[in-house]
Design a protein around this ligand. Structure first.
Ligand code: NDP
Length: 298
């Protein structure tokens, strides 16, 4: 039976470390790191995410600055706000909650964020820096996965890693991070042939496809480390009419019989994402102020 990788406990420790750094920064500069979160519109899931981010930021002793704009905000207004935040010395990190309404070009907005404040790690400068092995702000979810893998394995050098999914937010940066750790990396996607066979070669399998319970035990090598990024809402009639539950991209009960270690959903990768956002805010703040903080490296 697989070891259960407790992302919740790991993330709590990471947040506590970040709170320690935030306190140090406040002592050195007079101000704790500041994270600006911009929400456009009323999307219920986005509202929950933004509220959680704000609460967790404040709980870690950092400053949370929220900007809520109406659904019909035009692109020029949003770009003007980002310009102000880019030039505001009190702001260390800027996050624009996605998705954005249709009248706004999300790519244009992301590229307008100053790359040194781009705590989501989506700006082309950060994407390029990550893929060329330079200092980057790294996307939060894949970085969270990497921290869990390092904690389980120590060195990842020479291991076969398969990443299921090739999105810009998860799959591609995950593959870059694994490559930087000297793993041998394969990226599988919807056009991959013999995908089960590809996955069976993996010592490390990261699933980020958004397909409930897609990965089964016979896709997994004995003893492999399985990281499940998927968050899928599926009907749960056993909980009552119209109720839902969350499930990952991995069939947990089935795969836990075969894997060496596995992340649950919820309680695995999910909590690592906000913890890594706080981490990126601390890193962005330290870099902008040229501060060296003991132990804070990628
Ligand atoms: P995207 O929809 O952007 O990408 C999905 C990827 O999976 C694509 O590359 C797609 O391939 C591939 N894919 C889809 N279906 C199949 C299939 N049947 N076989 C093989 N590959 C397939 O999703 P994201 O990367 O944004 O998110 C993935 C999952 O992770 C979602 O469940 C999401 O909710 C979750 N997530 C969780 C986060 C967290 O904090 N834990 C944060 C971000 C995402 P192709 O490119 O060929 O279309």
């Amino acid at each position: 039976m697989a070891t259960v990788i407790d992302g919740k406990a790991f993330s709590e420790k990471l947040v506590a470390d970040m709170a320690g750094y935030a306190a140090q920064i406040k002592e050195m500069t007079g101000e704790a790191p500041g994270l600006a979160v911009v929400l456009v519109g009323e999307d219920p899931a986005s509202q929950v995410y933004v509220r959680n981010k704000g609460e967790r930021t404040k709980a870690a002793g950092m400053r949370s600055i929220e900007h809520r704009l109406p659904e019909d905000t035009d692109e020029a207004t949003l770009l003007a706000l980002i310009d102000d935040l880019n030039n505001d010395d009190a702001i260390d990190g800027i996050l624009v909650q996605l998705p954005l309404p249709d009248q706004i070009n999300a790519d244009k907005v992301i590229q307008s964020i100053a790359h040194e404040k781009d705590v989501d790690g989506f700006h082309l400068m950060n994407v390029g820096a990550l893929s060329t092995g330079q200092d980057a702000l790294v996307p939060c979810t894949p970085f969270g996965c990497l921290l869990l893998l390092r904690d389980q394995l120590g060195s990842l050098s020479g291991m076969n890693a398969v990443v299921l999914g090739r999105s810009n937010i998860v799959g591609k940066p995950m593959a870059q991070l694994l490559l930087a750790e000297n793993a041998t990396v394969t990226i599988a996607h919807s056009r991959t042939k013999n995908i089960e066979e590809v996955c069976r070669q993996a010592d490390i399998l990261v699933a980020a496809v958004g397909r409930p319970d897609m990965v089964k035990a016979d896709w997994v090598k004995d003893g492999a480390i399985v990281i499940d990024v998927g968050i899928n809402r599926v009907p749960a009639p056993e909980r009552g009419e119209g109720k839902f539950r969350l499930t990952g991209d991995v069939d947990y009960q089935d795969v836990a019989e075969k894997a060496g270690a596995i992340t649950p959903v919820p309680g695995g990768v999910g909590p690592m994402t906000i913890a890594c956002l706080l981490r990126n805010t601390v890193v962005a703040c330290a870099r902008r102020h040229n501060l060296t903080l003991d132990g804070l490296t990628n």
